[in-house]
Design a protein. Sequence first.
Length: 344
Amino acid sequence: MIRAAIVGGTGYGGMELLRWLLAHPGVEVGAITSRTQDGPVTDHHPHLRGLTTLAFTAERAVDLAKEHDVLFFATPHGVCAKEAADVLEADADVKVVDLSGDHRLDSGAAYAEHYGKQHPHPERLAEAVYGTPECGAREALRTARLVANPGCHAYASLLALWPLYREGLVTGRSTVCSVTGSSGSGASPGAGTHHPERFGNFKAYKPLKHQHVPEILLALDAAADGSPAVVDFVPHSAPFSRGIHVTAMVPVAPGTETAAVEAVRTTYADEPFVRLVPKGTPEVRAVAGSNFADVAVTPGDGVVCVTVAIDNLGKGMAGTAVQNMNLVCGLEETAGLLVPGAGL
């Protein structure tokens, strides 16, 4: 059995991680920490009543390293950047899966630019493996000690774009519109992000400036052997609680539209968590509560439209974190994750 700890267990990421891990046949959760809560976990996460007797602990992450095989950091940006280095040095065998943005970029300068603070251990950025199994990272993950879980908007966008960039079919600027539910803003309410403020409303935010853009570009540049990708990305706030829906308009050379469609379908034909939608387009309700990504591709004239639906807390966060843990710990990749969407 893999022994896991969750650092930061009161937010939606920690909540979803615990839900997945409690049902995982190869994992025992040994600890879940919080800096704001104490007492039984089920007092804060009542939907887990009867499934766990865990209580929140205030233990430091570094003190959990020797007792656990893997530590998940479901913490705000900046925490894992400070603490992961000590955890990795404390025990040569422990693995870290970082759900924040602290290890997704390739330099301290890029981190400072997009997250507004200095990275305390920029030397660790080169060590981190960007955790996208379906987008070229599977083999690197098998030997990783530090995993940078992708951002939710980023992963949904990459699932739409990556096959076309890998095959060299993209001829210009791609446009991506991504729509997310209110849980993507985290558990702490804020002006403009709290669900009552979003209910019955729809708007764009951070157009062309979202912090997930640089990680999208890094992954696409790697897929295209360093040829610089150009992606115009606009996220939107929608009045539902969970889910992301991406629409990507990708320019291709006239006459290659059929090849582009086939590239997407062939890339994902054998992926256990990517489902090609045979008719119509993906819906967020079909993937809610799951680790699945539903994908459809439609050819046009010199363009293809790729649509993707994921659960932002599942494939966009905790589900992929568990999938990455399975890979770094030598477990079956699908272990504990083959759960259908809620359908509503």
